[in-house]
Write a protein that binds this ligand. Structure first.
Ligand code: FCB
Length: 447
């Protein structure tokens, strides 16, 4: 008996800004992440995505690594300002050609492209016009989506509208730790709503212009745990659950915001918006890593504070608690919400302090254990009747981990950022075996 059926989709995920580099080459416009990382003090050690994994120039080698892994699917994102340097209007030919060739290369190797339209790198030109706080950005997004699919839609079927609009809103507009670095409740509410509106407008637009696409979107969902079982912390947990989990699920599925926070949106919602947002989804992408602990904090902007895991908790190098059961619970809860919409785990993985041995090898047993335990949670959820159809590891290559820079390594492949040399880790071989055997135990024995 295998743990997963033969048609289960195995993949890895990536994001343009984290791997491409070539930040100002061949006509690409700047994004909010270029601006953010070039601002002193924003990213650890002053790291930037200027070069990253130089994937823009080395994508053939990287597709080779994907083929060696045996994945059937590869999720990547298109950089909006590489496609449309001003965010609207003129298409950058070289940018278009890059994705065109990447898609062909993947298809040549029998790997299905899963194209994500937005993984956080908004064109700076649109930021200058208000960014996600401005309603027009959602309209420009729909035009951009249509432009990309008018070129790639003859070969790309799987399209994700957004990657983690919730993280973009919370980290970018509430906490201010990621681009554009705003920390303001009104901005957060407007950005959250316009990200949702863009999702709906994009879905409508692509459906009306092309048949045969399989359209979904990706949200990072994590159960929220109150630090103490008292009323204040439980309320803080309910608020964070709304901000993080519900704001980008409930409007899509039910055409409304959660009761607790719905009033906050009164000033930004216009007639018809909620109907526009609640478009049918062909699939739902779940990104999941851990759960969040939260406590009440009257001094903070929104009355709550994230609580780091206790000293004896098992954590990754990100400081995220390892809790495979949280993935199981999340999947089961999601089934209730989604009705019949199939789920793909579009991101799961872990950063660890990898050690390179004398032979230059990385025996990253901790990563293998993490992945195996989380995959077991996926298998259990399937046994419990949750319609999970695929799993994507975050990520193929060590890369630019946003405000944490290059120190946090998530890859199945080690990247030496001085030489750009790629070296598969033990987890790469493990995942290859996993895909081959579809049995968690067999893959573990081989590792
Ligand atoms: C997710 C992001 C992804 C990566 C992982 C570790 O929230 O979507 O780009 O940074 O976290």
């Amino acid at each position: 008996m295998t743990d997963f059926p033969a048609d289960f989709v195995w993949g890895v995920s990536s994001a343009a800004y984290q791997i491409e580099g070539a930040w100002a080459e061949d006509g690409k416009g700047p994004s909010i992440w270029d601006t953010f990382s070039h601002t002193p003090g924003r990213v650890a050690r002053g790291d930037t995505g200027d070069v990253a994994c130089d994937h823009y120039h080395r994508y053939r080698e990287d597709v080779e690594l994907l083929a060696g892994l045996g994945v059937g699917a590869y999720r990547f994102s298109v950089s909006w300002p590489r496609w449309l340097p001003e965010g609207r209007g003129r298409v950058n030919r070289a940018g278009r050609d890059f994705y065109d060739e990447l898609v062909d290369e993947l298809l040549d190797r029998g790997i299905e492209p899963w194209l994500c339209l937005y993984h956080w790198d908004l064109p700076q030109a649109l930021q200058d016009a208000g960014g996600w706080e401005a309603r027009d950005t959602a309209l420009h997004y729909a035009d951009y989506a249509a432009s990309v699919l008018s070129v790639l839609g003859d070969r790309v079927r799987r399209v994700a509208m957004f990657n983690e609009p919730n993280a973009a809103a919370v980290a970018g507009y509430l906490l201010g730790i990621q681009a554009p670095g705003t920390s303001d409740l009104t901005s957060f509410v407007a950005a959250s709503h316009h990200l949702n509106l863009a999702t709906g407008l994009g879905l409508q637009r692509l459906r009306s212009e092309r048949s045969g696409l399989s359209l979904g979107t990706i949200v990072n969902l994590q159960p929220i745990v109150p630090e103490r079982e008292d009323e204040e912390d439980r309320r803080a947990a309910a608020v964070l659950d709304a901000f993080w989990n519900a704001h980008h699920v409930d409007p899509l599925l039910y055409g409304r915001y959660p009761e607790l926070t719905a009033g906050m949106f009164d000033d930004v919602i216009r007639d018809g918006d909620l109907e526009t947002i609640a478009q049918p989804l062909d699939w739902f992408g779940l990104n999941h890593y851990s759960h969040h602990r939260v406590a009440a904090d009257p001094a903070s902007l929104y009355g709550l504070a994230l609580v780091p895991p206790s000293d004896d908790a098992e954590t990754t190098a990100m400081g995220w608690e390892v809790v495979p059961d949280a993935l199981f619970d999340q999947l089961v809860a999601l089934r209730e919400k989604l009705g019949g919409v199939p789920i793909y785990v579009t991101e799961n993985g872990a950063a660890f302090r990898d050690r390179v041995d004398d032979r230059g090898e990385v025996h990253d047993q901790a990563r293998i254990d993490y992945l195996a335990r989380y995959l077991r949670a996926v298998a259990r959820a399937r046994d419990a009747g949750v319609d999970v159809r695929g799993y994507f590891v975050w990520t193929l290559l060590d890369n630019f981990e946003w405000h944490e820079g290059y120190a946090k390594r998530f890859g199945l492949v080690r990247v030496d950022f001085e030489t750009q040399e790629r070296r598969p880790k033990a987890s790469y071989d493990w995942y290859r075996r996993m895909i081959e055997t579809r049995k968690i135990e067999d893959a573990a024995e081989a590792a």
